[in-house]
Design a protein around this ligand. Structure first.
Ligand SMILES: [Zn+2]
Length: 271
């Protein structure tokens, strides 16, 4: 799982490691993953300097010094690894972005997960998404307004990137748990106070996850790996049958809008 906290951690690691560095090569395993031609790669990527790394919702944007952007999406099971010719990720990589001796590997990438775009094209692609969950302009009022047309379960709406971007299967469960609201609670039932709890929980859960290193299963480099994998610190996500850290009741796995969700039925209520 790669949601806002994990991608934000990638963003800061990539910025720290590569901002100002020149891209000396790029290799992709298939033109499905990255549709650019060899000519485009030679002209628009190789030799260019990576200026800046941005995260928007569930995407990473690598800003190149020619004004182009590399838009990277990491789907289920995909991850990044910083290594070199001999220090490789544990699974085969579909993307190698070479910065001299150092190589950024992309593992588990699927069709169109990497795209070379102009600024205008980036806006066209990402413009349909809602504000980032951590966007400072997303006040409580605006947050509530984003859900105005929604009638279904809160979990599905939290995961809907056109409502708010950055939250997926894991953190939607964690946010609902932190707000003491069931993931299958129906939006029309919500009171002002429910929204206030949900809004506060969203910030708390995401910020704590970033501070704790996220819930990613893969280390980004061998050095980090040697230091041991980060323990996932989820309260309910993927913890079916285990005791709730608050009340001791068993965490249940339920279906919400055709997706699985994890809930403590004793701590979480409909409002
Ligand atoms: Zn509980």
């Amino acid at each position: 799982m790669q949601e806002l906290p994990e991608l934000d951690i990638y963003r800061s690691l990539l910025a720290e490691k590569f901002a100002g560095a020149q891209i000396s090569g790029i290799e992709v395993s298939s033109s499905k993953i990255f549709q650019a031609s060899n000519e485009q790669m030679q002209r628009d990527i190789i030799g260019k300097v990576l200026w800046f790394v941005e995260r928007r919702g569930l995407h990473l944007l690598l800003h190149l010094d020619n004004g182009k952007r590399l838009l990277l999406h990491l789907g289920q099971g995909a991850y990044l690894y910083i290594g070199n010719q001999t220090d490789l990720p544990s699974r085969s990589a579909q993307l190698k972005l070479v910065f001299g001796e150092v190589i950024l590997y992309g593992v588990g990438l699927r069709a169109n997960d990497l795209q070379l775009l102009s600024v205008k094209e980036v806006e066209e692609k990402l413009g349909k998404f809602g504000p980032d969950a951590l966007d400072k302009r997303l006040t409580l009022e605006r947050f509530v307004a984003r859900f105005a047309k929604k009638r279904g379960a809160i979990k599905a709406a939290l995961m809907d990137q056109t409502v708010i971007s950055g939250i997926g299967a894991a953190y939607s469960d964690e946010i609902c748990y932190s707000a003491a609201i069931r993931p299958d609670a129906k939006i029309p039932m919500f009171e002002q106070e429910s929204w206030e709890r949900l809004y506060a929980a969203m910030h708390k859960v995401i910020k704590e996850a970033i501070a704790n290193g996220g819930g990613g299963e893969h280390s980004i480099s061998a050095i980090e790996h040697a230091a041991g994998n980060r323990p996932a610190s989820f309260q309910v996500y993927d913890r079916e049958g285990q005791p709730c850290n608050n009340c001791g009741a068993a965490i249940e796995k339920i279906d919400v809008s055709a997706r699985k969700a994890y809930v403590c039925s004793s701590c979480q209520k409909d409002l």
